[in-house]
Design a binder for this molecule. Sequence first.
Ligand code: 3UK
Length: 536
Amino acid sequence: MERSGLVDTFARDNLPPSAQWPEFLFELPELQFAPRLNCAVELLDRAVERGWGARDAVLGDGVRWSYAELQAQVNRIAHVLVDDMHLVSGNRVLLRGGNTPQLAACWLAVVKAGGIAVGTMPLLRARELATIVRKARVTHALCDARLAQELDAARADCPELAQVLHYDSAGAAPLAMLAAAKPQTFTAVDTAADDVCLIAFTSGTTGQPKGTMHFHRDVMAACACWPPHVLRANADDRFIGSPPLAFTFGLGGLLLFPMAIGASTVLLEKASPDVLPAAIARWRASVCFTAPTAYRAMAAQAAQHDWSSLRKCVSAGEALPAPTRTLWREATGIELIDGIGSTELLHIFISATERQARGGATGVPVPGYRACVLDEHGREATRGAVGRLAVKGPTGCRYLADERQTQYVRDGWNLTGDAYRVGDDGQFEFQARTDDMIVSGGYNIAGPEVEAALLLHPAVAECAVVGAADDERGQVVKAFVVPTPGLEAGPELAKTLQDFVKQTIAPYKYPRVVEFRNELPRTETGKLQRFRLRQG
Ligand code: 3UK
């Protein structure tokens, strides 16, 4: 490894042993990184050096910062971190707030000052925050004043978290007061390309959260792979969307990727499907990032909105059902860009451009990555067979002090926990999470395939299919269905849906049990919590 630029060695000391790392690939010419690299300098200072200073960078409610203005904000906050909060490079800084320009500036300031950003979801409570603080040994925090309460409660159990400063949008909170008196310039910490700059906690549906560690070069690698090869946005694009900056899907899509090309980004605290369409029209946004269910919900109200500014739409976080892709295309004329990414790999590694896109397939390995499907012996499966997805590329899994490292990384491959098959056209087709495969009466059934069939029926707004324990068959296919508003849910509709599935896919896959719900349990990153549905 390169000589570290960080004084506090906690992150490097707690990397997994190198024998447990995935193999890294840097084959593309754009992945030849200099040994010294600070990604905030690359994304922010280089943007101004390139002459983009006057261009719009970050927008939000009441805020419109050019790249030069953003740079000045970031530099002042970096001074506060170092001068007033006594940040030492390598310290972990917890960031807590909804998506706002202020939060983006804090992220860049932490990284520029050699700190390690630890993003947290706004809805986390004191207990969960304390777990993260202890695990990442967090010493500093920048927190939206409106979300201070839970962090204060967490501090009672966390003596290591000694420095906390609040920010707000009005410039009245302590961070802004201190920042206002600071110079507009700041000399970035001279970090190694392989110094850690980000610890992203997995949205984890069960168990203790895992902290994934990412280097400065990983951030630049994510910007160099999927965005130019698949997304292909340009400097005139305006990005918008829902994923939190604490989720690497949002960090990349709504901050790093627009900055890498001199584009602008709109950061909104509320971007649920009921408000996102109006925000797209208001801000004249052109590139949208959100989850598959949000596209389905927005398609239903498409006629009421002005989509004329929109030209690219990205779906990730969960499998995109083929019917949702069709609905969105019919409603807006836009072919969705689907992509599978993970917190461990930082961002998207299998995806398809609008032209390659095919219903039911995620796409092909993103340039810079290799992917294959492994059989039960860990060998490459025959074409068409279902097996475990394995990936390697310029980014990969390094958990912070966690025994689960050897589960995610085997023989140099990152194993994402997904069951996939490769179709005749070479495209990778998602089947299910490996632990979500339903085994019923000796058949393997992938819940998402049954969900896609149900979603073709107009009476289904949302649905989730899981295996329910059954004495006779081991498991039976059980569907939880949110009916379209105004429809009467009952045995008759259940029977209609069962018959419909039997006519759409192999009849043995039909849901033997149908339960109606008003909503489905989801994580803050929009993922269905199947384990909660399995519990009954
Ligand atoms: C699932 C998908 C099918 C899959 C993420 C884009 O979701 C992200 O990260 P997480 O760590 O979850 C990873 C897991 O989510 N998944 C995500 N996208 C898709 N399954 N099709 C998809 N398009 O099980 C994967 O292993 O929360 C997504 C960028 C950055 C991310 N962190």
